[in-house]
Design a protein around this ligand. Sequence first.
Ligand code: HEC
Length: 148
Amino acid sequence: MAKNFQFATFVATFSLRNLPGTALRKQARFLARIVPLLLVLCGLVGAGLGGASGSPMASPEARTIMEEKSCGGCHIIPGVEDAWGDAGPSLKNFSKRERILANTVENNEENLRSWLSDTKAFKSGTLMPNLGLSKEEIEILIQYFSKN
Ligand code: HEC
């Protein structure tokens, strides 16, 4: 935002200084139209970044847990380092799924909590191991998954 604004101001002062008379007025009119447009664009870019609040970038704690526990060894998780595993389903856009664990249960907080607390107890025969997550870590992950 600040950078774009600086750039617009730079372009404005630079062009005004170098164009005398009518050309200057034309230039000023052109700038009067283009500068607000640039500012609107800045706003849109800002809003776009804000809208990505569910990404691991916006939840550093969740990202750290998933990196420490190597979740990415088995899952694709956008924003988490080396998370390109394919032993488990991709966790991209997780919150938008109605059912999870191969469609066996509803995607809600309670099921996710039980799942992350003890995978084998929640779904016998599953290939996802228990990762020894603490209660606190599980809550951070649930928060993250409710938005991603
Ligand atoms: C050794 C591989 C492995 C690791 C490591 C692993 N998972 Fe999984 N995960 C799986 C598999 C396989 C499934 C599918 C389970 C099933 O349906 O039985 C799964 C399923 C899931 C699901 C449900 C996804 C869905 O759409 O059904 C979530 C959420 C999940 N894992 C989160 C995690 C998190 C968070 C971590 C790290 C703390 C992690 N996993 C680590 C293999 C793994």
